[in-house]
Design a protein around this ligand. Sequence first.
Ligand code: C5P
Length: 214
Amino acid sequence: MARILITSGPTRQYIDPVRYLSNASSGQMGRCLAEAALERGHDVVVVSGPVQLEYPKSCEVIPVVSTDDMLSVCQEIFPNCDGLIGAAAPCDYQPVEVADHKIPKTGDTLVIKLVETPDVVAKLGSGKKPGQWTVGFALETDDARFRAITKLERKSCDLVVLNGVAAIDSSDNHVEIIAPGGQVLQIVQGSKPLVASSILHLIQERLMQESDQV
Ligand code: C5P
């Protein structure tokens, strides 16, 4: 049995007390991965941004709001986990300044200066202990496979799951599961539970120590 950390859903970066930047991630892929891991007898911790869905009762769920929150919770939990599946779509930018009051409309253009948020998968990947593994996702529109492989390397992932924009808020997905070096191990098309099951199967086969396999 392995202990698996799964990041899921979007994060929010507030601009003022009522407005925020985010994305359309529903958390469905994260929930399906949690279910697939639990079905295989693993222990699952989900760190999730704000979503409308419920995660399985038998996993521990830690709700977070911002990308910084997601990173700090994951940094606490990951040292006691065997692996990470980064299925979240953390917001990549945050405002340089967050207004403490609702920004009033003036009829003029509003310019907001943004800086990048930290990359959760990359930070955890760079601090991996021997035996720990990380799996990232890549959602790409152009040069998809090349960009996914570049992300796998930059984020020190052991596998990357490439999907397209059709995956967002959909019950189906079409993915390529890619290994370091760029080898496409499997192409899966179908429901998110089916895709999640294939991902878990490959993780068990390629990344888990024999003692963690169920
Ligand atoms: O946003 P990007 O396409 O680079 O995301 C690819 C992978 O990196 C996903 O696994 C996602 O969960 C992760 N990621 C992250 N923190 C970010 C941005 C992305 O963990 N700030």
